[in-house]
Design a protein around this ligand. Structure first.
Ligand code: NAD
Length: 469
């Protein structure tokens, strides 16, 4: 852990094993914070906030930019560590590291532009609207993007002039510590960033019960997000919630099928499907349905599954054992309810790791669990549709509203579909919805507020009116 400018080792604390998901081997131990540790982190964050809010935005930006450069200069080394503890292929962790660095740099730059405004009044008086950092932030990052999630959770508050206590995932702690190290080596003062691991429920209850914390930022499941929102309501803290998704993909019969297949097969099995914006429910217009299903199945079968450290691997293991069980249960339920499995459907016994086959399922009734619950795994659900209205109704049927995708070459359909889909992010003929300068956001049960972009910075700022007469 890293508390008040000190690296903290286990030193008699309880620990949790860190497991390489490609082999099941224990590769380390992560210390779990005590109540005293959390109190020290809180006091440190209070001091860090006082210091950092008074630091010029230009200096804050320099620290973030140096941290981005520090990470990029060690790209291969850091990517290997992230793959070792989280499992995704090296090529993916390299891209993730690049995105993490861009995120830090972007928040630094945007933090320099947290401008207010002046409202005209009669001579001798004026009203100013100024933006100020909200205060110490408690942030919780999950294991699916062990580099990218911590970078987002740290970049926004640090760029805005807040301090932050981050609890990265216990499953992949070394990656977050490298992001932290980049910031420390780049001159981030003690107290601005504290990093703790622990029993998630204990850490969140402890931090959110403190009046020092002014904002909560959480990425994870909708159920946990709701629980944390209740705790934040008691403490009066504002929240940013990045929760689950169940992304629909609408493939119209005028789509460039090859482009749709390339992007969608790549995106579906990226990070073994453990991505909140992973395409999940594929609705394909009836004229092209059979071709799409057949070709998607062939391509899914060709995905090489293995240890992410091997150059030939296209899909790594699931992040932990409980995810294999969860995916298997969803597939069994689908099978029982008449779903047709075109490829995959089983765990893969390989080196003791948590591997699961890239899977394609069709003919699913609406009652199948997987049609309603976020699978968070390598399952593609492919169903036909006839009309625009029918497919929009299906796409919007679930309470989730994170990402949605559509493929069409018609400008008119593209416009209509963009308006009709209930989602925080709509990708039309693209999957690129996660860049540092565009808001990453959900609606409905997928959360509220945004990360990245101007909106991600605003989420860490308050506004104040100063009127002078
Ligand atoms: P989970 O619901 O147990 O945990 C999800 C995340 O929330 C983890 O990072 C965990 O450490 C954290 N968490 C759990 N309880 C907490 C608490 N009381 N206080 C603070 N943090 C808490 O599930 P899991 O098995 O780790 O992951 C499976 C599910 O989580 C997936 O099905 C998916 O829906 C969701 N998930 C979503 C994202 C995302 O990017 N939105 C990322 C990871 C997991």
């Amino acid at each position: 852990m890293y508390i008040d400018g000190q690296w903290i080792a286990a030193d008699g604390r309880d620990t949790q094993p860190v497991i390489n998901p490609a082999t099941g081997a224990i590769i380390g131990q992560v210390p779990l914070a005590t109540a005293d540790d959390l109190d020290r982190a809180l006091e440190s964050a209070q001091r860090g906030f006082a210091l950092w809010r008074a630091t010029p935005a230009l200096e804050r930006a320099r620290v973030l930019r140096r941290a981005a450069d520090w990470l990029l200069a060690r790209r291969d080394e850091i990517a290997a560590i992230a793959t070792f503890e989280q499992g995704k292929p090296l090529g993916e962790t390299r891209i993730e590291l690049q995105a993490a660095a861009e995120c830090l740099e972007w928040y630094g730059e945007e933090g320099r532009r947290a401008y207010g405004r002046v409202i005209p009044r009669q001579p001798g008086s004026r009203t100013m609207v100024v933006k100020e950092p909200v205060g110490p932030v408690a942030a919780f990052a999950p294991w699916n993007f062990p580099l990218g999630n911590p970078a987002r959770k740290l970049g926004a508050p640090i760029g805005a002039g807040c301090s932050v206590i981050l609890k990265p995932p216990e499953e992949a702690p070394a990656s977050a510590m490298l992001i932290a190290q980049a910031l420390i080596e780049s001159g981030l003062p003690a107290g601005v960033m504290n990093i703790v691991y622990g029993v998630p429920d204990q850490v969140s209850r402890h931090l959110l019960a403190s009046p020092i914390i002014r904002k909560l930022s959480f990425t994870g499941s909708t159920a946990v997000g709701r629980h944390l929102m209740k705790l934040a309501a008691d403490g009066g803290q504002r929240t940013t919630m990045e929760l689950g998704g169940h992304a629909p993909v609408l493939v119209f019969d005028d789509a460039d099928l090859d482009q749709a297949l390339n992007l969608m097969v790549g995106s579906k099995y990226r990070n073994a499907g453990q991505v909140c914006i992973s395409p999940t429910r594929f609705y394909v217009q009836e004229n092209v349905y059979s071709r799409f299903l057949e070709e998607f199945t062939l391509r899914a079968r060709a995905v090489t599954v293995g240890n992410g450290l091997q150059a030939s691997t296209r899909m790594g293991p699931l992040a932990h054992e409980r995810r294999v069980e969860a995916i298997q249960a969803l597939v069994e339920d689908a099978r029982r309810q008449g779903g047709q499995i075109h490829t995959g459907g089983h765990p893969i016994a390989l080196d003791g790791g948590y591997f699961f086959e890239p899977t394609v399922i069709s003919q699913l009734p609406l009652s199948a669990r997987v049609m309603n619950e976020e699978p968070f795994g390598p399952l593609a659900l492919i169903q036909p549709f006839r009309t625009f209205d029918e497919v929009i109704e299906q796409a919007n049927r679930l309470p989730f509203g994170l990402a949605a995708y559509a493929f069409t070459q018609s400008a008119k359909t593209a416009l209509l579909v963009g308006d009709a889909l209930e989602a925080g992010m709509v990708g039309i003929n693209t999957t690129a919805v996660g860049s540092a300068d565009a808001p990453f956001c959900g609606i409905k049960d997928s959360g509220h507020g945004a990360e990245n972009a101007i909106e991600g910075l605003e989420a860490c700022l308050t506004i104040k009116q100063i009127s002078q007469g």
